[in-house]
Design a protein around this ligand. Structure first.
Ligand code: SF4
Ligand code: SF4
Length: 206
């Protein structure tokens, strides 16, 4: 029989004195180390609905559901943490750096029904006043306007969204959908496609 090495004997004696180093989980809760990547959690107050996390997600476990028929139009992000590999890319690339975090230390995620393993966040959408296409999440537009400062006044969509948030402009333009795009539509909340058409019309005519 092979004789144990001295180092192994020392380890065995130490283990007898110190006791087991393994945790007693699940019989006793385990204290995760600092910076442990646990369950990804959305934070409603810091999420602006930009969906950057969904675009970078390694396993594509964050789905985006836009509902323009809701009042107000809504974007729901649904994270299936049963498909998550806890890589942390969503947190790393979060536009606000605080909208989604894995640092809560929640690790006991076992369940009987995987469809319950979801984490969601909702944000109001802004839609184009001329064609109804999605422009972006309201909080995202406000975030961009805030970052741009005075430069936001170069973009009517940002002006109207941020001033509207202050109650300085009307939310409804009252425009008929059948009406062709005209110069007055320049001062409306519009999607990039309609704005491009309007600017080209303004520069080059019909
Ligand atoms: S931790 Fe990775 S896999 Fe999990 S939601 Fe974030 S990006 Fe996706
Ligand atoms: S703010 Fe962060 S958590 Fe919210 S949608 Fe954007 S990237 Fe995702």
């Amino acid at each position: 029989m092979r004789k144990p090495k001295l180092r192994e004997v020392v380890e065995a004696v130490k283990a007898l004195i110190v006791g087991p180093v393994t945790t007693k989980f699940p019989f006793e809760p385990c204290q995760p180390p600092e910076n442990f990547r646990g369950k990804p959690t959305f934070y409603q107050e810091d999420c602006i609905g930009c969906k950057a996390c969904a675009e970078v997600c390694t396993t594509q476990c964050i789905d985006v559901y836009d509902d323009v028929t809701a009042d107000p139009p809504n974007r729901k992000l649904v994270l299936r943490y049963d498909k998550c590999i806890f890589c942390g890319h969503c947190e790393l690339n979060c536009t606000t750096q605080k909208g989604i975090r894995l640092g809560g230390g929640e690790y006991d995620l076992a369940c009987f029904d995987r469809s319950t393993c979801v984490e969601t966040v909702d944000n109001e959408l802004v839609v184009c006043e001329t064609c109804g296409a999605i422009v972006g999440a309201r909080k995202h537009l406000l975030f961009v306007a805030d970052r741009l400062g005075a430069k936001r006044y170069a973009n009517p969509t940002l002006i109207l969204t941020s001033e509207g948030d202050l109650g300085l402009t009307e939310a409804e333009g009252g425009r008929s959908e059948d009406k062709p795009l005209t110069r007055e539509d320049l001062m409306r909340v519009t999607c990039p496609k309609c704005r491009r058409t309007l600017v080209l019309q303004e520069l080059w005519g019909d």
